[in-house]
Design a protein around this ligand. Sequence first.
Ligand code: SF4
Ligand code: SF4
Length: 125
Amino acid sequence: MSFDREASCRRCRVYCDWVIDPVGCLGCSRLYAYDAKDGRRYAGCVERVHAAEVDLGVLEQCAEEERGFGGIRAVRVPLPICSAVVDSAYPRRLPEIGCVNPEFYEPPGGGTFVMTTREQPSRDA
Ligand code: SF4
Ligand code: SF4
């Protein structure tokens, strides 16, 4: 069984989004780059996991300094290769029953759920 997944959840008042750190995109085959008229080289995602185009020089500098660039909101569910985490806003708004959409936190490409039932042995046997 497979589930349609979303990049954002608004099923309670917490508001959760998958976000990508584009430093993790360096080396990904789905990263494109082009030279802009302002003399900078910009990079983006062919898969449109996120919709931003980021200064490639800044990304490379972040990687060199071993620090993140910062999260960019995903516009579609990240791929397993992406450096993706869930960012939750207003965590104090979590309802008493807890998250009502725990599948949202399943890692990208984390597989599907398998549901099984176990039959109770018959008392007549
Ligand atoms: S697929 Fe993921 S890692 Fe690759 S460029 Fe797009 S957002 Fe980055
Ligand atoms: S806490 Fe759960 S139900 Fe609420 S927005 Fe986040 S994923 Fe959705």
